[in-house]
Design a binder for this molecule. Sequence first.
Ligand code: FAD
Ligand code: NAP
Length: 548
Amino acid sequence: MSDVRQQPMDTDAQPVGTVDAVVVGAGFAGLYMLHRLRERGLSVQVYEAGSGVGGTWYWNRYPGARCDIESMDYSYSFSPELEQEWEWTERYSSQPEILRYLHHVADRFDLRRNITLATRVTSAVFDEMTNRWAIETDRGDVVSATYLIMATGCLSVPNRPTFKGLDSFTGPWYHTGAWPHDGVDFTGQRVGVIGTGSTAIQAIPRIATQAAHLVVFQRTPNFSMPAWNGPLDPAFQRQRKATYREHRRQARESAIGVPVEVTALSTMSALAVSPEERQREMESRWTYGGFRLVGSFNDVLINKQANETVAEFVRQKIRAIVHDADVADLLCPKDHPIGTKRPCVDIAYFQTYNRDNVTLVNVRHAPIAEITPTGLRTQDAAYDLDSIVFATGFDAMTGALFNMDIRGRGGKTLKEAWAEGPRTYLGLMTAGFPNMFTMTGPGSPSVLSNMVVSIEQHVDWIADCLQYLRAHDLRCIEPTVAAQDLWVGHVNEIGNDTLYPEANSWYVGANIPGKPRVFMPYVGGVGTYRKTCDEVAANGYQGFTQSP
Ligand code: FAD
Ligand code: NAP
């Protein structure tokens, strides 16, 4: 795996000893948080484990990596000037383009001078006497801060393979979430890809065109919709830029952070329309591309029978695309309702299985037994491989927080406080951990949304909150246990009213052995959530204790 310290480093800042706020992470969230807090006159120190800014887009450089929310939505809205000057080239931007954009943001807003790179925060301890956090890094820095803001990402800790025999493998292996910066040339190689989530679904078509032979080891097939990616029409881009403010407003008030087309049928139950109408609605959404299909009807995520109509539509598409009927059948998801694992968006994923040099292996039926010096052995066959790609996902939502030794009141660790699943108020703060904010944390819409919209909302809310505290000469804010319990109860209740908990997804922690099974994000929608957060603030930060 690539070592960040061997990568060329961006110029970075030297840390300082005492600041108003430490921000951990320099992805979309950390960069904008730094900008807003500095604008409000706070001194800020950002730490980033990577050798460059960009977060997700710094680490995930695998072939085919790109966003699956359209570029003109998957971007900051806080600066109309930035919005107007940046030109996206494709409907769904590639990783290099998104990373260039984030570098541009870092330069344009002069952010680098407060970011220390290649430095991992290892611990953060709250001192109840001084109401300050003591933050330590793997480089031995110790910084004292009033506020601690975790912009550590929901998908930033790779789920590293623990397969027996991995050390014995004589070829190179890679995790997609820590991809080498100078790329990988698979030409002429026999390559194995483990996993068929969003990442693998993007990487497989690209690796297949390079490798001599590609073997895909699939445990669970996924629903995927076509991106129909292509160059962004300049006329469309001009038109969107002319109406950006209104478009962004709609995004903020929407359910998932993207304005979605509402049709007469999409406001109805899938079961209340005729089969012909149903087919027409789904066809039109499939033709548009992306996630839209999941919003075909108003009960897709709450009614199993309604869900099944959409799921079967996708299965029929798979069967129509994939020539070999057995392979097609193996690629058809049947064990979870569509949308309950994050749906994937692809560029010719299913078509890839029509290539002669691609083999699909069912490791649900015969699990991977071990990695051998020359390849991989499942319970019923051996595969010779020159290199292996682990597209095995992430320890989502809590992984990055638990990687640090975070101690709040009475020395209690965050791990202890969240032993039975994350407990937050509004996904923003946790009782017993004063002045510590979790951006896009469990209990907020987070990974169920266009994350840039959710990130901006959290940044603005936190910045306003800190300004309020300063204006009222308050030094300490913390949710009450009662407010937190109510919020957790609400998050669980509305989550349990949906089909989400039925899937063994990373949303419920099912991909990490031992993780408590809790549906972590807030399913009530971005617009509703924003309103709740704004009301809490308008009511003098209701549910939070505040002290001098
Ligand atoms: P990140 O970008 O994950 O940044 C967090 C940073 O914190 C990382 O750089 C990490 O190194 C750093 N960090 C963590 N712990 C520490 C520590 N202890 N010390 C120092 N630094 C630390 N979302 C969408 O809405 N649409 C998409 O199309 C989309 N595509 C995605 C594609 C991929 C391949 C992946 C993995 C995720 C995608 N996501 C998408 C989710 C994506 O993570 C968010 O959109 C967004 O980039 C998150 O930004 P962030 O700043 O919150 O976190
Ligand atoms: P993922 O969705 O968690 O997929 C991981 C895959 O690895 C799954 O197919 C999983 O199978 C498999 N796997 C894990 N351990 C395995 C094992 N021991 N043996 C066999 N198979 C194993 O991870 P991801 O694909 O990296 O995506 C994570 C999230 O990142 C996405 O859901 C999305 O939010 C975001 N993302 C977005 C994009 C985009 O299109 N913009 C691209 C990449 C990622 P099981 O399902 O059986 O566990």
